[in-house]
Design a protein around this ligand. Sequence first.
Ligand SMILES: Nc1ncnc2c1ncn2[C@@H]1O[C@H](COP(=O)(O)OP(=O)(O)O)[C@@H](O)[C@H]1O
Ligand SMILES: O=P(O)(O)OC[C@H]1O[C@H](OP(=O)(O)OP(=O)(O)O)[C@H](O)[C@@H]1O
Length: 191
Amino acid sequence: MGKLIYLIGPSGSGKDSLLQAARATLDARGCRIVQRVITRSAEAVGEDAEAVTPEQFDRREAEGAFAMSWRANGLAYGIPKQIDDWLAAGHDVLVNGSRAYLPQARQRYPDMLAILLTVDSQVLRQRLLARGRETVEEIEARLARNAQFQASANPEGEGGSARLHILDNSDHFEQTVENLLNLIGASRACA
Ligand SMILES: Nc1ncnc2c1ncn2[C@@H]1O[C@H](COP(=O)(O)OP(=O)(O)O)[C@@H](O)[C@H]1O
Ligand SMILES: O=P(O)(O)OC[C@H]1O[C@H](OP(=O)(O)OP(=O)(O)O)[C@H](O)[C@@H]1O
């Protein structure tokens, strides 16, 4: 069995950029990155996800097409079932996950490597504004969601944080890419 690597962090922390930057190296190591299914308009800048309507999403979910799925930020996100075939074939699989869904993900994939990408909150605001994908109201809602996560207890309970690897992306992007690859290498995933 391969290992699931579950990358989480606030919207705008750089998850998608990191996955894109690390993709070729990871691919060469046999580690797969799955394309998400999202009810976001196909024209939206950024992540290369499959865009579907809410009705299409619900139908696929009901048909069991997703290994994991959640709703946040007014959107629905699905991780295709294909990842289970990849894991069974021995590939490690990196997914762009959700903090709120972490307990369910951990339950389904107990051996997974969970990585939390963090960014200084002022920097996060600037990056979301610069990305320009959401309205100012939507950006404020994402920042409020992040503040809530920071204020609340660790979702995995006492001692849970020991199993969550922190990766900071407040500064140089290339350094974060290197740190991510080192973290994954150290866990012997994608070796
Ligand atoms: N280390 C960094 N320095 C400067 N800009 C960054 C850095 N990391 C990511 N960005 C930029 O921040 C924005 C948000 O990144 P993105 O990958 O879309 O985040 P997420 O997928 O977590 O929502 C993008 O415009 C991206 O180019
Ligand atoms: O529970 P949370 O950790 O807040 O995560 C909720 C969702 O938001 C993030 O998506 P993304 O970064 O693509 O957000 P965006 O849709 O605002 O870009 C993350 O990948 C989850 O799909």
